[in-house]
Design a protein around this ligand. Structure first.
Ligand code: GTP
Ligand code: MG
Length: 195
């Protein structure tokens, strides 16, 4: 699947702009700056397919990428702090929530958590929304290259505890580094294996 064509399809700013839900899609959700766009680039092997940057709030639309003819990869705006005017941020947060709660063809949401920081209140809120909407989600820890082994156990325990209390959570998390490539093959296999 990942050896085939990957292309940017469109940026969506309102629910009625979503493409027809005629194929399985996965999305990448997470706090601003957690590494959603970078992960899409790592997965597709295309350095600048999704726009990544150090400015929180870089992705401001729901960006659709086609993966072959049968999958969409969906890059979402971040939640939490963003370097953008408040009314704009509020608009994209509402869109994000409507999307996560109401997209029939969404097979799995990847909820990205910064490995250095663990699960924050805003992550909990999104996980609850996914529980209520019965959208299976899987936690992906990002920026593993920035975490020292001795610091990882505490965060891992906190994340495991969070996963355990959410009915919609897939039990296994994936540790990744878009920078170094850790976990990328695993995540590709997961996406390719979804019906
Ligand atoms: P928004 O679109 O603003 O919500 O952010 P995002 O979640 O899409 O994050 P983005 O991919 O733009 O990455 C944010 C910053 O983190 C960039 O400076 C990336 O280079 C950096 N980054 C992302 N993934 C990794 C990683 O695995 N390791 C390291 N060291 N840095 C990373
Ligand atoms: Mg982004």
């Amino acid at each position: 699947l990942f050896a085939g064509e990957v292309e940017f399809l469109k940026g969506v700013v309102a629910m009625d702009g979503l493409p027809p839900d005629d194929r399985a899609e996965v999305c990448f959700a997470g706090r601003s700056n957690v590494g959603k766009s970078s992960l899409i680039n790592a997965l597709t092997g295309r350095k600048a397919l999704a726009r990544a940057s150090n400015t929180p709030g870089r992705t401001q639309e729901i960006n659709y990428f086609t993966l072959g003819a049968e999958r969409y990869l969906v890059d979402l705006p971040g939640y939490g702090f963003a370097n953008a005017p408040l009314p704009v941020v509020e608009k994209w947060q509402a869109l994000l929530k409507n999307y996560l709660a109401g997209r029939a063809s969404l097979r799995r949401a990847f909820v990205l958590i910064d490995f250095r920081h663990g699960v924050k209140a805003a992550d909990e809120e999104i996980m609850k929304l996914l529980d209520r909407s019965a959208v299976t989600f899987q936690v992906v820890l990002t920026k593993a290259d920035k975490v020292k082994d001795k610091d990882s156990e505490k965060v891992l325990a906190q994340v495991r505890a969070a996963i355990a209390k959410h009915p919609a959570a897939y039990p296994e998390m994936v540790l990744t580094s878009s920078e170094k490539g850790d976990g990328i093959a695993t995540l590709r296999a997961i996406i390719a294996g979804l019906d």
